[in-house]
Write a protein of this length. Structure first.
Length: 230
């Protein structure tokens, strides 16, 4: 799956199993299944992305799926978006440690705060939010003609049905697809794919009575290519 990037993928696995656990980004019980449940599960997304695309990964956390996807597909350029400082710091260290150079960058901020600053042919997300919320966060980051790839579980079809009105509110007229990627005969990865279309997006109405908590205040956005210092 990782080809000549296997040594880098192994280094990333080791970083997840050590620093990732110590900093609370990965649960200790997940360590024995990091390869199958996390790295490969995310890398399989590469089966759905055309060559040379730019990817924006929203809510990257420990770098899943963004870093795993970049390792499996060196032709892609990946922008990681993460609002929490400790995760942002972890991502910067991971990018430097496995020497991803200029192919992967990370910005600190929430998806809705960086809209207009970052955009990609493909937007990815894993374990970020239900689709009814995720659509509004991610589709504005997707360029016209691009698409969203959201990794979901067995309830993907139910989530798609529950969020159908949100797409209409955004002005998206495409029908979401639930697709599976990975080796034949393997459980693989379940993904909801939504085409952005070529028309303008509409803003969703703000629900009354909602407000930002201190943890949701606008974060100052910064970025780094992850290049090692000489």
């Amino acid at each position: 799956m990782f080809g000549d990037q296997l040594s880098a993928a192994t280094a990333y696995h080791e970083f997840l199993a050590t620093a990732g656990v110590e900093r609370g980004l990965i649960g200790p019980r997940e360590v024995p299944r990091l390869w199958d449940r996390h790295l490969l599960n995310c890398a399989y997304l590469g089966d759905l992305i055309e060559e040379g695309r730019t990817v924006v990964d929203v809510g990257s956390g420990a770098g899943l799926p963004g870093i795993a996807l970049a390792l499996a597909r060196p032709d892609l350029r990946v922008q990681l978006i993460e609002p929490l400082e400790r995760r942002y710091t972890f991502l910067r260290e991971a990018i430097s440690r496995i020497d991803l150079g200029d192919r992967v960058a990370v910005a600190r901020g929430r998806a809705e705060d960086v809209t207009g600053e970052f955009s990609g042919d493909v937007v990815t997300a894993r374990a970020v939010a239900p689709l009814a919320t995720l659509y509004g966060w991610t589709l504005p980051l997707c360029r016209q003609g691009g698409y969203l790839l959201a990794i979901k579980g067995r309830s993907a079809a139910e989530e798609v049905a529950a969020a159908s009105t949100v797409l209409a509110e955004l002005g998206i007229d495409s029908t979401p697809e639930v697709v599976h990627c990975g080796p034949a005969g393997d459980e693989g990865t379940t993904v909801v794919r939504v085409a952005r279309g070529n028309g303008p997006l509409r803003r969703r109405p703000v629900q009354s009575g909602t407000r930002r908590t201190p943890d949701n205040r606008r974060q100052r956005t910064s970025r780094t290519s992850g290049r090692k210092k000489a």
